[in-house]
Design a protein around this ligand. Structure first.
Ligand SMILES: Nc1ncnc2c1ncn2[C@@H]1O[C@H](COP(=O)(O)OP(=O)(O)OP(=O)(O)O)[C@@H](O)[C@H]1O
Ligand SMILES: [Mg+2]
Length: 227
């Protein structure tokens, strides 16, 4: 069975919400199209990996070439999510100078770069010139590079990645994210001049039957927050 809801049930309102998110990302920047995108949040388990995966699948569904990168070198999840081996991946590319394209796996029409083994120095690895080169090579080869990352409030990894990518999405979980943490996360990202495209609100409790009982995601324009 397909791993992601957007593949499993494309007609559900949740899948529709991810497609809206995709459209908003596509049209979020007129002058400089967004090709490399970091998905981050202030704290843990707010929905970063789920959001990043479904956005990647959503772009894949519209015929774009997409690579989904697990740059959460602290609590990686994508290998597990897609039933892939995590013996090698991004960390092997950075550490052992493996060819990045050899580490990309094809699963359900998607291209996924797992994290590889957890290194002792994730922030150092992600801030290396080599990481920047990896992102540039992927950008040259794919229409979209979607990067999953750790929470920005605890570690600098998310901010580091944001500084080398075209855009950043900040995931905020309804009823879970602490307001002060969300503000702190935004400040962290501002410090590195991240291009925050918007806030994705996850885990919204909704009323009604069927899928409406569950939660869906939405992208709110960041312009409102910038004022
Ligand atoms: N939009 C959503 N609505 C409801 N639940 C969600 C949503 N997105 C993710 N979840 C659920 O929240 C939990 C955490 O999701 P996920 O692993 O994507 O978060 P994360 O931010 O990547 O976590 P981590 O900090 O561990 O990397 C999972 O159980 C997932 O199914
Ligand atoms: Mg995650």
């Amino acid at each position: 069975m397909a791993k992601l809801l957007i593949d499993r049930d494309p007609k559900s309102p949740i899948s529709e919400a991810y497609r809206t998110l995709r459209t908003n990302i596509q049209f979020s920047s007129v002058d400089k199209p967004i090709q490399t995108l970091v998905v981050t949040s202030s704290g843990a388990t707010e929905g970063k990996s789920t959001t990043a995966s479904n956005i990647a699948a959503s772009f894949t569904q519209m015929g774009k070439s997409v690579v989904l990168v697990d740059a959460d070198l602290r609590r990686p999840r994508l290998a597990k999510m897609f039933d892939l081996s995590n013996r090698e991946g991004l960390s092997s590319v950075l550490y052992q100078k493996e060819d990045v394209f050899k580490q990309i796996r094809k699963v359900e029409g998607m291209h996924v770069l797992p994290s590889g083994p957890i290194p002792p120095n994730p922030a150092e690895m992600l801030s290396s010139d080599r990481m920047k080169n990896v992102v540039d090579s992927l950008k040259a080869a794919y229409d979209y590079v979607i990067i999953d990352s750790p929470p920005v409030s605890y570690v600098t990894d998310g901010a580091i990645l944001s500084s080398i990518c075209d855009g950043t999405l900040l995931v905020v979980a309804a009823g879970q994210t602490d307001q002060r943490m969300a503000i702190a996360a935004k400040e962290q990202l501002d410090k590195v001049s991240a291009n925050i495209l918007g806030v994705v609100l996850t885990k919204i409790p909704t009323k009604g039957r069927g899928y409406y009982k569950y939660h869906y995601s939405n992208l709110y324009s960041y312009k409102e927050y910038k004022k």
